[in-house]
Design a protein around this ligand. Structure first.
Ligand code: URA
Length: 238
């Protein structure tokens, strides 16, 4: 059950003030009856709401993928820095989405945003072992020995032994390396700390995949879009 003005404005049909004025003008109908009280409490899943004769499509949840840019933090609010939520259009912010897990301020790439707490929980709970694929540039050579170390579970600075991780070397020389790493955990600074544990530094980090979902190559850094139905079912069935 929710206030009519909140439901309507969350769906992107105007601010709450706009909704108040629509109601005053007699433009809002609930189950065929004109409603002038913009604060009326209804169950949006059970009633038909029309604005100016047009039925609104109710939906509770929103699911988006963003190509997170460098310098922006994966949080809903911050006093100093710009957040990923600040990059969303007001109509999307109205759903009160939050990032699914976190990417560091300087990490770019695939970040999911939703207001579906249950899906969020399933995707970030350690027991579900959701695959995350990262592309990274490393300051030093990466070799077969590192592949084995990561496969056996590298131990981080705090003594935590990581789960098996799949390291793929894309190129490697004395000047540095390009790699792809698949992990199933999401510890704080995990990829950076895994490389630090073998004496190397990550100098660029991009997430390319999350839970079977691929970053849309059409999205420039800072851009986002809603997931397609197919993408959402991939995530939900993961
Ligand atoms: N690992 C990191 O070190 N940083 C990220 O942002 C994600 C994974």
């Amino acid at each position: 059950m929710e206030r009519l003005d909140k439901i309507i404005s969350n769906l992107g049909y105007g601010s709450r003030k706009d909704v108040k004025s629509f109601a005053k003008k007699g433009l809002i109908e609930v189950d065929g009856i004109i409603v002038k009280d913009n604060g009326m409490i209804v169950d949006p899943a059970k009633v038909s709401i029309k604005i100016n004769g047009e039925e609104i499509l109710y939906r509770k949840y929103i699911y988006m993928m963003m190509n997170k840019p460098d310098g922006v933090i994966s949080a809903t609010q911050d006093n100093r820095d710009q957040t990923v939520i600040d990059l969303l259009e007001v109509d999307h912010q109205a759903f009160e989405p939050f990032p699914v897990g976190r990417l560091d301020k300087d990490t770019v790439g695939l970040l999911l945003l939703t207001n579906d707490g249950e899906l969020n929980h399933r995707l970030i709970a350690p027991k579900w072992h959701v695959d995350k694929v990262y592309y990274a540039k490393i300051d030093k050579k990466v070799d077969e020995k590192d592949i084995v170390t990561f496969k056996n579970g590298v131990t981080l600075d705090d003594g935590y032994k990581c789960l098996e991780a799949n390291l793929e070397i894309l190129s490697s020389s004395d000047d540095g390396a390009e790699i792809r790493l698949t992990i199933q955990e999401g510890k704080f600074h995990q990829v950076k700390r895994m490389f630090e544990a073998i004496g190397k530094q990550v100098v660029y980090l991009k997430r390319e995949e999350f839970g079977g979902l691929l970053l849309d190559p059409e999205l420039a850094e800072g851009e986002y879009r809603e997931l397609t139905d197919d993408e959402l079912s991939v995530l939900k069935s993961y």
